[in-house]
Design a protein. Structure first.
Length: 157
């Protein structure tokens, strides 16, 4: 293996895991902080089935496609405040996080990670948790300030 590839794939490359997840992904989802109307666009792009559940304090839109389930949580005001995923492939983080992507990328770069462990970003304006391995990824991202009253972060699964 060439030296440049060894450096790229070394355990000391904290952005590698995040970047691989960002580029080896499924079609786009709703963007955090965006309108819940984008859920139908996501369903069409993913060619998946959509199931919506009204939990009174939020609406959970679940899209299932290609072995991956994406749940988009929308507030009563119609704003996507959280997204969760599980399945064979990770989502496109740049599309998923929208304007929050750079913040997550910078926070990940500042963390000292060992190997391919979980990603955990916990800032005042953004929380992202990602773990798993090929063919079994899961995680969540949410904006704490947008979580509706009466909803707990533990409700986002």
């Amino acid at each position: 293996m060439p030296t440049w590839m060894k450096r790229l794939f070394s355990k000391r490359s904290p952005l590698l895991f995040f970047c691989v997840l960002a580029f080896a992904c499924l079609p786009a989802w709703a963007v955090l902080g965006d309108s819940a109307a984008s859920v139908l666009n996501d369903q069409a792009r993913m060619k998946g089935s959509l199931r919506s559940v009204d939990a009174k304090t939020y609406v959970m839109h679940e899209i299932t496609a290609q072995g991956t389930v994406v749940r988009e949580y929308a507030s009563p005001a119609g704003v996507v405040f959280a997204v969760a995923w599980e399945g064979q492939f990770p989502p496109d983080f740049e599309q998923l996080l929208g304007p929050y992507y750079q913040q997550a990328k910078q926070a990940t770069a500042q963390q000292e990670r060992h190997g391919r462990g979980p990603i955990s970003v916990n800032t005042p304006g953004l929380v992202v948790q990602q773990s798993g391995h090929p063919r079994s990824f899961h995680g969540q991202a949410y904006i704490p300030q947008l979580i509706p009253q009466g909803v707990e972060a533990s409700d986002i699964r």
